[in-house]
Design a protein around this ligand. Sequence first.
Ligand SMILES: [Cu+2]
Length: 153
Amino acid sequence: MHTNSLRSIACTAALLAAGSVFAQTTVTDGWVRGMVAPQRATGAFLKITSPQGGKLVAVSTPVARTAEVHEMVMQDNVMAMRAIESLELPAGKTVELKPGGHHLMLMGIEQPLQPGATVPVTLTVEGKDGKRETLQLTLPVKPLAAAAAEHKH
Ligand SMILES: [Cu+2]
């Protein structure tokens, strides 16, 4: 009897969790590129999926004075990056932020981020209904060499 009632509570909890997961944006495979002095900026990369669709409108981290969403563009035949206001998240599609493409730019970092460390990052996603949700992430710092290897095609 006791076991049964516990089980039914667990089931209810699971259903509630499933309901909120459906509405929530999820992030996987996040990481931050390690740095060497005197660098003051680095990139962060991740995969983000918004079940209902929306846009990534803000990023912040306590380790950097400024954090932005960047895109890569061709300028005078040179790849350059620039900040964008928001990044579109089509419903149910995984958007990948990766070296050479869209990325999070962390600038004004006092202490170079070393591999093995973790960086708290907060993302703000605005849904189609205008509602905002915040995602608290803890991203591992990976060595520069690993980032270079991932950049190869
Ligand atoms: Cu950038």
